[in-house]
Design a protein around this ligand. Sequence first.
Ligand code: 4NP
Length: 148
Amino acid sequence: MRILMICLGNICRSPMAEYVLRHLVREAGLEREIVVDSAATSRYQIGCTPHHGTRRVLAEHGIPCGKHRARQLTRRDYDCYDLIIGMDEENRWDILNILGDDPAGKVHSLLDWSARPRPIADPWYTGDFETTYADVLEGCETLLRHVS
Ligand code: 4NP
């Protein structure tokens, strides 16, 4: 199972979701079954490392942050991943715009499996990385229950 987390810039929410889900996967002993990566819909931050707010909130919760560099989603990613997970409705439109189509129904939003599906606010604009972390954690936990 290969999962690709997506957000606008690939420096705040999607790398946070990548590292939170990797952590949960490791704790569940599923590293050999589930691979997690992340990418952007935009080109704004290509090549950049995760935002210091994302790095800080991950560190505060004891979650290792790797050396991810932002990259943009491509059409070729569609064949490489089983699930392509956006953070909000704008991400969803942009993902479908890049991919052109979703014949296998791979495109979802991170909180789709939550009891309260909702968009994940962008801390690039809100400055509130802690609220984003709580939403990302809920999304990753419910997603992992769904796939495992
Ligand atoms: P993200 O946040 O989509 O959660 O990574 C953003 C990061 C950068 C920008 C926008 C959103 N930007 O405009 O550069």
